[in-house]
Write a protein of this length. Sequence first.
Length: 306
Amino acid sequence: MKITTRQFRILTDINLIWDFFVEIYDREHRNGVAAPFFEYAISSSWMDTSYQFLNRIWFDEDRVVAFVFNESPVTDIYFKVRPGYEFLAGELVDYAINCMPNFEGKQQLMLFNGQEFLIEEVKRRGFSLAYDYESREFDYHNELNYPLPEGFYFVNPSEADPVKLAECCWYGFDHGKEKPFENWDRQDDSMDWTPEKGYKGILRAMMAPSPHATYGYDVIIADDKGKYVCYSGMWWVPENKLAYMEPLCTIPEYRHRGLAAAALSRHYHILKPLGATHMTGGGDPFYEKLGYGQGIHWYCWQAYDD
């Protein structure tokens, strides 16, 4: 056994890290977050990628065995550890505390059930549990059958208009009444949009295309005038039988009409025949009302000054 380390290289290591996450994925979440969690973040406009060089990879020979990384905010630190390499816990935690972002003492170490070997290390270093919550998951042994309300229709993802989709996400995530796209030209070559490509080049100010994203499984709902009003992204990871739903949004004036439930039901009916066994959700009570059950439990640990 020869343990070595090097820093994450955002342009060349994306496949390496994706494969590592997929290989050690555990539905009980003993190994932390799923592969799309990291890739979705670093390809999104809300993520500050300027600190990605601080992320570190641990190797045993040429095999990835651990990864310490940040998400958003950059002071939130996560750990992925291959089973059998729990002995690295002290080194991983020390690196996180001493080298990862910690502005104004706001660093948080995000841990999960099954990572008790890391929890014990952070306790030794004076960290305390700040909060915890459950991000719910839908088991495909159950059924999800919420119909699309009258007056709305599903848009074929391969034919989606990227500007209308960007507007849906902008307003769906409560960015207010400002119209950020009104001066943008649909024919602008920098948008890299064609009917054939659909919205894989979704808009330079929204998201960059992700190498492992599965845009063809996204769900877009429009009203009878063609306005996009609800969007649910889908990362289909067949190796893990995982339907990773991210993001989900509905424009405020269209909420409470059953659109999000209909979108998730469509994911269910498309992906279950492909072998999906479970779909991610979130911590909002909305998911529990739809029939989502126990999922991944998050524990946020913080260091408090005396």
